[in-house]
Ligand binder design. Structure first.
Ligand SMILES: Nc1ncnc2c1ncn2[C@@H]1O[C@H](COP(=O)(O)OP(=O)(O)OP(=O)(O)O)[C@@H](O)[C@H]1O
Length: 227
């Protein structure tokens, strides 16, 4: 099974594209969603955060959910708090993702999409083929301003805080142009799916993986003298 990283610029249409993949039956692992799920009340990461940061960062009138905005403000200028937060959440996120990858490895026939906004910044594109979703700056601005009710200045500052989209396009295996309407975007996603379906890479990866698991199993059983 092949993992394809999905990323792009801010408000260029990543979630819309990942929604289209899902509509067409392709499994999507959404990194943001996993990050939100692991801090749901009662889970181990949630309990550790509560212990570490105290009740003021949790909305007890609404089921005790994490106040992400408040914690976000705390860590903004506080590297020690950021480090603590990451040391609690990152292992939980990695573990959840690993479980999802293993599940899809055995249940999906060809490829899965890994939707993560920081794919290129973190460098995951070195390990997997990647898709960069992009659109022109004026479209990016107007879509973001409309969706998030932002001023042009705020929208621009969000864009400039990110890696340049041209750099992402250069590094991506596939580039998805989202300058058209939603119907045109759907057509492009379907074209890309046809391209990915025709690739033999998922079968090759599965065969190589199965070979090594078999080899490991053989030597393990010999070592414990069962063969
Ligand atoms: N082709 C399109 N035509 C019109 N509107 C679009 C198109 N693609 C996306 N949009 C709209 O643009 C906005 C941004 O799209 P989306 O939320 O998918 O972007 P994103 O890259 O996931 O955003 P973020 O970087 O904030 O996570 C949304 O309101 C979406 O409905």
């Amino acid at each position: 099974m092949l993992i394809i990283g999905l990323s792009g610029g801010v408000a260029t249409g990543k979630s819309t594209v990942s929604g289209l993949f899902k509509e067409h039956g392709i499994p999507v692992i959404d990194a943001d969603l996993v990050a939100r799920q692991v801090v749901q009340p009662g889970l181990p990461a949630y309990n550790k955060l509560r212990q570490e940061f105290g009740g003021e960062y949790f909305d007890d009138e609404n089921g005790g959910v994490l106040r992400r905005d408040r914690l976000g403000k705390l860590i903004f200028n506080n590297p020690a708090a950021r480090k603590k937060l990451n040391s609690i959440t990152h292992p939980a996120i990695r573990w959840e993702m690993l479980k999802l990858f293993i599940y899809h490895f055995f249940t999906s026939s060809s490829y899965i999409v890994f939707d993560t906004p920081l794919l290129f910044e973190v460098g995951y594109d070195k390990w997997m083929p990647s898709i960069a979703v992009w659109c022109d700056r004026d479209k990016e601005l107007s879509r973001m301003m409309k969706r998030d009710n932002l001023s042009e200045e705020d929208a621009l500052s969000r864009i400039s805080a990110q890696m340049d989209i041209e750099e992402k396009k250069k590094r991506a295996t596939y580039v998805l142009d989202n300058n058209g309407n939603l119907e045109q975007l759907n057509d492009k996603v379907m074209e890309l799916m046809a391209q990915l379906d025709s690739s033999r890479m998922p079968q090759v990866i599965r065969m190589v993986f199965t070979f090594f698991v078999g080899l490991f199993g053989y030597f393990f059983l010999r070592k414990v003298r069962l063969l």
